[in-house]
Write a protein that binds this ligand. Sequence first.
Ligand SMILES: [Zn+2]
Ligand SMILES: [Zn+2]
Length: 142
Amino acid sequence: MGTGSCWNCHRVFYYEGGDELCPECRKTLSEKFRTVKEYIYDHPGVKIPDVTEACGVTERQVLRWLREERLYISDDSAIVLTCKNCGRPINTGMYCADCKRAFALAKRENRPDEVPAEDLMTEFTSRRSGRMRYLGKDKDKQ
Ligand SMILES: [Zn+2]
Ligand SMILES: [Zn+2]
């Protein structure tokens, strides 16, 4: 608990944990998320610039939702998302199924060197809330 500054508009607000986003931006973003999601499903041929133009969001935001596995692109989509490790096309998230499996195995066998730092961070992703949590950024420790 305490104050935080919104990563989107940089306004200082009362921070209650989760995504460091002020209530106003949170509301705007969740509405935009719905718009983007529907737009992508309704228009499988669109590319990211079409989405940003039609929905009024930034490319970074669309990519963020894709990497957070909140948005999913179909196989015939014109949007290309690739595995950050091997470059293979994927539909959502950071890595392809094979790389994910390899990282999971490396973690289980305690070989963190073989796991990209980004993947270690996604352990703090709460899937249910769809919010990213990073170690050290989390000011909501009890
Ligand atoms: Zn804000
Ligand atoms: Zn891969």
